[in-house]
Design a protein around this ligand. Structure first.
Ligand SMILES: NC(=O)c1ccc[n+]([C@@H]2O[C@H](COP(=O)([O-])OP(=O)(O)OC[C@H]3O[C@@H](n4cnc5c(N)ncnc54)[C@H](O)[C@@H]3O)[C@@H](O)[C@H]2O)c1
Ligand SMILES: [Zn+2]
Ligand SMILES: [Zn+2]
Length: 346
């Protein structure tokens, strides 16, 4: 089968032929229907060995946002049938530590000992015709959801869901939530804020096209990401600042904007991994403000995201590409020309 392989740090991935895997005991082979292209893949392609997370080592097949149908069950796997539509839960932990038993494999205590952080992140991912999933606990039934449209729910949906859910107590009527970067993750973040909270939603992006998209999805206010954004958010909030800022870029100007507009007692969630940083400590942020760098979400939260989508209240806007054109999808992402999410259909 063909697969998009990252063979080494700092070198572009290659579409190559690899043997189709066969599921061993306890494993499941999934025929990929959709594999979302995440901006994290672009970071993976660009990082040097020094910059890359130590828990991930090439070579491996990219693609950590996957849906498909069960193609084959390994010995001992029961309760599933060939043809079942599934989402692949992306962060693969040890399955045994406390966070893993709570379904939060994104926070596994043994990351670093496992040889990777998930399929497409050290282990073989879904930018291929088939993906080998090491354990049935990592599968979630998809029900009637469209297989291609559901792929981004597993990361572009789950990650902002996890970030927003943690901050929901701050979002009461009259509150303001700011989403910086309304691309793949951000266009889901706007919908999740719309569905889960009464907060006024302010979308910030460098692209007018993305801002118009965010507005269609429920953003109340849209602002270009420039020097005027912070004073505009202050003005919108009577000089007080926002209860929640979700930074889905994480670059230096966006983390500085986030820190400048969070209110006292508010929260900044830096989801993007753009390398930006701000000082923390008493006196650096407004009193009682908190800041976190969340990572992905739990398998139970993925079920909640899928339920929200099944209820018709959350959907990824997708542009599809055949596997042979996968690098065009990433080029469009780099150029800022994607609206919503690119999904590779092998
Ligand atoms: N923490 C996690 O668990 C996690 C999970 C998935 C992705 N990510 C990271 O989240 C980030 C977003 O990923 P994505 O797939 O949504 O990317 P994307 O390319 O689809 O979207 C990024 C958006 O940010 C906008 N943008 C760029 N620079 C900006 C700026 N200075 N101000 C405002 N907006 C700006 C772009 O126009 C685009 O709309 C990436 O850094 C990715 O690696 C983190
Ligand atoms: Zn991702
Ligand atoms: Zn674990």
């Amino acid at each position: 089968m063909r697969a998009l392989r990252l063979t080494d740090w700092g070198s572009p991935p290659q579409l190559t032929d690899v043997p189709t895997p066969e599921p061993g005991p306890g494993q499941v082979l999934v025929k990929i229907a959709g594999a979302g292209a995440c901006h994290s893949d672009v970071h993976l392609m660009d990082w040097s060995a020094e910059e890359a997370p130590p828990a991930i080592t090439p070579p491996f097949t990219l693609g950590h946002e996957n849906t498909g149908t069960i193609a084959a069950l390994g010995a001992g796997v029961t309760g599933w049938s060939e043809g079942d539509p599934v989402a692949v839960y992306g962060p693969w932990g040890c399955g045994r530590c406390r966070p893993c038993r709570l379904s939060a494999e994104n926070l596994c205590e043994r990351t670093g000992e496992l040889g990777g952080m998930g399929g497409g992140l050290g282990f073989d991912g879904g930018m291929a015709e088939y993906q080998l999933v090491p354990d049935q606990r990592l599968l979630v039934p998809l029900g009637d959801l469209d297989l291609v449209q559901a792929a981004p729910l597993t990361d572009a949906g789950l990650t902002p869901y996890h970030a927003v859910k943690a901050a929901l107590p701050l979002l009461v009527p009259g509150s303001t939530a700011v989403a910086i970067g309304v691309g793949g993750l951000g266009h889901m973040a706007v919908q999740i804020l719309r569905e889960l909270s009464p907060a006024r939603i302010v979308a910030v992006d460098t692209s007018e096209q993305k801002l118009a998209h965010a507005k269609r999805l429920g953003a109340d206010e849209t602002l270009l990401s420039d020097a005027d954004a912070a004073p505009a958010i202050r003005e919108l909030t009577r000089g007080v600042g926002a209860e929640l800022v979700v930074d889905l870029v994480g670059a230096q100007p966006t983390v500085e904007l986030a820190a400048a507009v969070v209110r006292s007692g508010g929260h900044v969630s830096v989801v993007g991994i753009g390398g930006g940083s701000v000082p923390v400590g008493n006196g650096f942020l407004p009193y009682d403000a908190s800041i976190a760098g969340p990572y992905w979400g739990s398998a139970v939260e993925l079920r909640e995201v899928l339920a929200l989508a099944a209820a018709g209240r959350l959907r990824a806007d997708v542009e599809t590409f055949p596997l042979g054109d996968v690098m065009q999808a990433y080029e469009k992402m780099r150029a800022g020309e994607l609206v919503g999410r690119a999904v590779i259909v092998p």
